[in-house]
Ligand binder design. Structure first.
Ligand SMILES: Nc1ncnc2c1ncn2[C@@H]1O[C@H](COP(=O)(O)OP(=O)(O)OP(=O)(O)O)[C@@H](O)[C@H]1O
Length: 312
């Protein structure tokens, strides 16, 4: 069998399974944002949890049984990524990052262009390319486990949508293809229609998506269609790479507020790389991971980051 290009510790997708909480799932109790030590970096303390397998403590690093979880506490500890870069040898892209993302909350990854936001998202989502090598621990609910297929979704910067389809057609076709055979076509259609409503796309459901040649829905609506398609399988963990890039502040707010609301209602964990958000968008974030040169320079509540900045 060919070796997987993905790092051993990455949450790798696996064959389709229902999303249910199993007895093997440990739901760890974390300190609340407010009680955590602040700046420069803090890390959640776990309750009396069984020892977590990690290279550091010498426990075998093999994946345990797949977890089928309805809520995901995602943590990463001492996470580093290096890229093999021709003559230059190895380039360190991420250097010893630690952090976490919690159910019902949006964690924003911010920092200057090239600081490593997309690489961190890719590492957490198990999507590092073959030229990248990761080291460190990534844990799902306190354990190094595989995520069952459908538990996580990733929305990339570029949306790949067919210009000739209407919004409803695109989402319904995706539902027919993505959702399990155990669902009837009418259940799949109704799931698609619910997702369209949740993302505020009902008014443009019958409008063509459009493209460069034929004008269709707006850029913000297009972003929401891409996210809507990823939400069809009700993922517990959503990765978003620049969900607001190219949008004006009103459209950005519309996209992010929908995501924050869906996360809060459904206990979904969201990790989003975001560029220069407006104040209104920033206020939607629960957590902030501020990065520079592949390192974390602040990890904590987004609201506290402003206080820290004002104090210093
Ligand atoms: N395969 C690779 N080989 C070598 N260097 C790479 C590779 N992929 C990314 N990099 C470098 O790693 C750094 C981080 O890239 P990354 O895309 O994660 O940054 P980013 O913060 O998401 O940037 P942006 O905000 O511009 O999208 C950059 O300097 C980039 O050039």
């Amino acid at each position: 069998m060919a070796a997987s290009p993905l790092p051993r510790w990455a949450p790798t997708p696996s064959p389709s399974r229902p999303l249910r909480l199993t007895s093997s799932t440990i739901v760890t109790s974390w300190c609340s944002w407010s009680s955590c030590q602040l700046s420069p970096i803090f890390f959640p303390r776990r309750s009396s949890e069984p020892s977590t397998p990690s290279p550091a403590n010498g426990v075998a690093g093999d994946w345990r049984e797949e977890s089928r979880v309805s809520e995901v506490f995602l943590t990463w500890e001492d996470l580093s990524v290096t890229a093999t870069n021709g003559r230059k040898g190895h380039v360190v892209i991420l250097d010893g990052l630690s952090g976490y993302a919690r159910p019902g909350e949006v964690l924003a990854l911010m920092g200057p262009s090239g600081c490593g936001k997309t690489t961190l998202l890719d590492a957490l989502a198990g999507r590092l390319g073959p030229s990248m090598k990761g080291r460190g621990d990534i844990m799902i609910n306190g354990r190094r486990e595989k995520l069952a297929f459908g538990t996580s979704a990733y929305v990339t910067q570029e949306s790949v949508l067919m210009a000739t389809l209407t919004v409803a057609e695109a989402v319904r076709y995706s539902a027919q293809l993505q959702l399990p055979d155990s669902m009837s076509p009418s259940e799949k259609r109704s799931r698609a229609d619910d997702a369209i409503k949740q993302m505020g796309l009902a008014v443009v459901a019958d409008t063509r998506i459009g493209g460069r040649v034929s004008k269709g829905i707006s850029g913000g609506q297009r972003k929401r269609v891409s996210i809507c398609i990823e939400l069809l399988a009700s993922p517990s963990l959503l990765f978003l790479d620049e969900p607001t890039s190219g949008l004006d502040s009103a459209a950005s707010y519309h996209v992010m507020s929908r995501i924050a609301r869906i996360a809060q209602r459904g206990g979904m964990t969201v990790v989003a790389a975001v560029h220069q958000p407006s104040t209104e968008v920033f206020e939607l974030f629960h957590g902030l991971c501020l990065m520079a040169n592949g390192k974390t320079v602040y990890f904590g509540p987004a609201a506290k980051a402003i206080e820290v900045r004002l104090r210093n």
